[in-house]
Design a binder for this molecule. Structure first.
Ligand code: AMP
Ligand code: GLY
Length: 427
């Protein structure tokens, strides 16, 4: 059977890398992929946004299974179009992807199904939003653009002046485009933040090993939010007891809610949680693997991913045993280009990749990387993610950073503290 991976970032490199190891597939095809996926799969030059060409590709090449990586094509209904063409799809249709595509839809879903989340208000006009914010006694308040904004649509604001400036930028100046047509103003929650990833096939939930992202740009969680500067797994705060609590109070009610709302959800359900004193609260849903969470999850997944992806797409996940996980720890360090998360510099030559991958148990996943003549050059904000396995987080950290040092390009930077807080606690 042939499998198609849609997307071209680090997440898709990790998925293609893992699927290429599966005896289930005769070929892994990536659209559009990147020079990393080209090492393990066959790239075809079709953008993830080109629904018609992707449907044609699957028909023409008799591709039976598709794994959709990014949220944009999922929200646009690529899953529905491929299913209508007879392809088995790992990834929800447009109705399920709204859990990520619209913060309002997600908040209304959470409230309707009594799933714990921060209290919120919806605003469709900037005047009403600002009047409300001027009247707030409790600070901070969290302002969120309704639509997709690549992780840039959430603002934790400290006072009314700052919050109103965000409302102006988002709703009046449309700095985030149509994502800012409506906003959510939300209660600020305090606690440790964790993400839970699960495969869901409409009936059954299969929870992944917890993985922790580092969202802020700089060491010590300072600076602006990014797509994710690094990742580690396992996550100490995520005890077995907490995992059961999250399954009972959040994952199972979410699955029931989806069924009640007649949404046939097949793919990844990624739940961002705040572990508050009153218990876990949902911050957000994503309808796909996190990036770079996926890279660490794929390194730690000991079982063959192929049967799980296929069973999820076919709605028979319940027939499989839970997957096996590598007991070793994983640390993933993202190397970013100068300017990220703003306007970035592109076209800088990347060297030292082979040396990096010679470090034991290291795999480098490419993201913003492009081939130019005989060399690889930077082509995006997050350029790559160096992942390492180790006996514990400290060993994994040491390997990941020593491999990272071999890799060079002008303007390269990274956080130096990925996994460090946990590693320090473990020591
Ligand atoms: P989201 O995209 O909704 O996960 O928001 C991005 C980040 O903003 C989260 O990872 C949190 O760090 C922060 N955040 C979002 N909502 C809240 C909230 N209600 N209280 C505190 N922090 C929040
Ligand atoms: N790393 C966060 C995300 O993919 O949403």
């Amino acid at each position: 059977m042939k499998v198609l991976v849609v997307g071209g970032g680090g997440r898709e490199h990790a998925l293609a890398w893992k699927l290429a190891q599966s005896p289930l597939f005769s070929e892994v095809v990536c659209a559009p992929g990147n020079p990393g996926t080209a090492k393990v799969a066959r790239n075809v030059g079709i953008a993830a946004s080109d629904t018609a060409k992707l449907v044609h590709l699957c028909r023409h090449e008799k591709i039976e299974l598709a794994v959709i990586g990014p949220e944009e094509p999922l929200c646009r209904g690529l899953g529905d179009e491929l299913r209508a063409a007879g392809v088995k799809v790992f990834g929800p249709g447009a109705s399920g992807a709204r859990l990520e595509g619209s913060k309002l839809f997600a908040k209304e879903f959470l409230t309707r199904h009594r799933i714990p989340t921060a209290a919120f208000r919806r605003f469709d006009r900037s005047g009403a939003a600002k009047a409300y914010l001027e009247s707030c006694a409790q600070w901070p308040q969290v302002v969120k653009a309704d639509g997709l904004a690549s992780g840039k649509g959430v603002f934790v604001t400290q006072d009314a002046r700052e919050a109103c400036a965000v409302v102006d930028a988002v709703m009046e100046e449309r700095r985030l485009g149509d994502a800012g047509t409506s906003i959510v103003v939300e209660e600020h929650l305090i606690g440790d933040e964790v993400s839970v990833l699960a495969m869901v096939d409409g009936q059954t939930i299969c929870v992944f090993e917890p993985v922790m992202d580092h969202k802020q740009l700089r060491d010590g969680d300072a600076g602006p939010n990014t797509g994710g500067m690094g990742v580690y797994s396992p996550v100490g705060v995520f005890t077995q007891r907490l995992q059961r609590q999250v399954e009972q109070n959040i994952l199972i009610p979410t699955l029931h809610g989806l069924r009640q709302d007649e949404i046939d959800y097949r793919g990844i359900l990624f739940v961002g949680l705040m572990l508050t004193d009153a218990g876990p609260r949902v911050l957000e849903y994503n309808c796909r693997f996190g990036d770079p969470e996926c890279q660490a999850a794929m390194r730690r997944l000991a079982s063959d991913l192929g049967p799980y992806v296929l069973a999820t797409a076919e709605g028979r996940l319940g027939e499989l045993e839970p997957p096996q996980w590598d007991p070793r720890a994983c640390v993933g360090v993202v190397g970013a280009a100068e300017g990220y998360p703003g306007e970035v510099r592109r076209g800088d030559v990347i060297s030292g990749l082979e040396e990096a991958e010679q470090v034991a148990d290291v795999v480098v996943f490419y993201a913003g990387v492009k081939r130019s003549a005989s060399s690889l050059v930077t082509d995006g904000g997050r350029v790559l993610c160096v992942t390492a396995l180790g006996g514990d987080l400290n060993q994994a950290r040491t390997s990941a950073y020593s491999a990272f040092e071999h890799i060079r390009w002008d303007g390269k930077f990274a956080r130096r503290d990925i996994g460090a807080r946990r590693a320090a606690r473990a020591r």
